[in-house]
Design a protein around this ligand. Structure first.
Ligand code: PA5
Length: 448
């Protein structure tokens, strides 16, 4: 079972929990009855339990084509069209081997999530002698970062592998009808998958957006979906509050926010979860950060970051709280060896599993931070595998919907993301942005 412990959020806040439960239940009911703001984008709620074996088979078949014909697959996408796949793939991949590939699975690399000339140049260089394929992911089909990378990748793939093979190893995941990605896919005859209209980017990891890259990387998408579906059942409105981890998490973080805790740090003690935290940051940051409100979602990898951010967390401004993701069982076994000379003084650890040391670092940190005035939420999962990660993904998504409604925002839009795009297009003289171009030149003058 995934469990959540909120006993360390502070006595005063815990005492408010009872009276807060009705608001949480109301937010959950609004979400499930699709009566709240942004209700057009709640398709992800039922999705994991609606995915059919035929649909999984279709994704697995597309993955098989890529796996059989490519040593490298480039996943092009940004934001919600990128982070979910990367979070899951990095959680399971061998920390070293996946970068260089192994015999069983293609190497997965990511593009379309930045506009760095150096990154894209190095990527094209890296791909030069590779049989590579591309998964082009964009719901709108017009996102500049992704479209720009795809323009380069498509040309390179066609040149290196020939038009026919390129058409076989380029897959599009986009809207059913609109956008340049759809037009190109239809024109070239690419295999394509549709991103459902009622699922927004950051809630889309359990659609082909996440499922295809994860399947190409060699992981069991059926188990991932099964985990998510089981968590859906655990988080229904009919489940008592205490047994619903999404409701408990949403309640705890909002009580902390009301009490002046403006920053939430998602903590892991396993570097494989680094990108899971990136996915979580987008989920909460983009869903809640609007109308001048919301917790700032941050993340750290411990114990690495205890040696950089640990000081701030222990003794800096007391506006933070921590949510720790704790994994009970590791995948491998490694014992600390004994050393006859014991020069490093580590013989007191000899015979112990490395994970025992890590677990004590985790407990010691928890106690120290609680002593230092950092409220603590602890989420425990039995193991890092597809089933439990599927549960955790759905748990956080559901909690995000509840949390957004508790905060009084629409958790399913992102109007603020447009501001930089408008300026960038104006600065680059994109046709249609003539008025903005004139305005922005005045703004730049004012800066000088
Ligand atoms: O969550 C979101 O909606 C965004 O992060 C989008 O996923 C991101 O901007 C990419 O958009 P698109 O898939 O249209 O290229």
């Amino acid at each position: 079972m995934i469990t959540i412990d909120i006993n360390q959020i502070g006595k005063e806040r815990l005492s408010k929990l009872e009276s807060y439960k009705a608001s949480v239940a109301a937010a959950l009911a609004t979400l499930e009855s699709r009566n709240g703001a942004g209700n057009d984008f709640t398709g992800w709620l039922d999705l994991p339990c609606e995915i059919t074996p035929d649909f999984i088979a279709e994704i697995d078949a597309a993955a098989k084509t890529l796996r059989e014909n490519c040593s490298v697959v480039v996943v092009a996408g940004i934001g919600g069209s990128y982070l979910g796949a990367r979070a899951v793939i990095e959680a399971f991949a061998n920390s070293f081997q996946w970068l260089i590939g192994d015999k069983k699975n293609p190497t997965i690399v990511f593009a379309g999530h930045n506009i760095s000339e150096d990154y894209l140049f190095e990527l094209t260089e890296f791909l030069k002698d590779k049989n590579f394929g591309v998964i082009n992911i964009s719901k709108s089909g017009t996102t500049t970062e992704t479209a720009l990378a795809f323009r380069l990748l498509k040309a390179q793939c066609e040149k290196q592998r020939g038009i026919d093979m390129a058409r076989k190893v380029i897959v599009a995941i986009t809207d059913a009808k609109k956008g340049a990605a759809r037009t190109t896919a239809d024109k070239e005859g690419y295999k394509s998958f549709i991103i459902p209209d009622n699922v927004g980017g950051r809630y889309s990891v359990l659609t082909p957006v996440g499922l295809l890259p994860i399947a190409v990387a060699g992981y069991d998408i059926k188990k991932l979906v099964e985990g998510a579906c089981d968590m859906r059942l655990r988080t229904l409105g009919s489940v008592p509050f205490e047994q619903n981890p999404a409701a408990v998490y949403a309640a705890a973080r909002n009580l902390l926010y009301k009490g002046g805790k403006k920053i939430e740090i998602l903590v892991n003690f396993c570097p494989k979860l680094h990108f899971f935290a990136e996915w979580w940051k987008q989920l909460y940051g983009e869903s809640e950060g609007k109308d001048g409100k919301a917790i700032y979602p941050a993340s750290v990898d411990f114990s690495t970051d205890l040696h950089s951010m640990g000081q701030w967390i222990q003794q800096g401004e007391r506006t933070i709280f921590e949510t720790v993701i704790s994994v009970d069982n590791v995948q491998h076994s490694l014992i600390v060896p004994s050393d006859a000379e014991n020069v490093d003084g580590l013989n007191f650890l000899a015979g112990k599993h490395v994970d025992q040391v890590n677990k004590m670092a985790e407990l010691g940190t928890r106690l120290a931070h609680i002593d230092g005035g950092v409220p603590n939420i602890r989420i425990t999962l039995p193991q890092l595998n597809e089933y439990w990660l599927g549960q955790l993904i759905y748990m956080f998504e559901k909690a995000c919907g509840i949390s957004g409604y508790l905060l009084g925002v629409n958790p399913f839009d992102q109007p603020g993301v447009e501001a930089y795009k408008k300026n960038m297009f104006a600065l680059l003289d994109k046709p249609g942005y003539e008025k903005e171009s004139a305005l922005i030149k005045d703004k730049i003058k004012a800066l000088e």
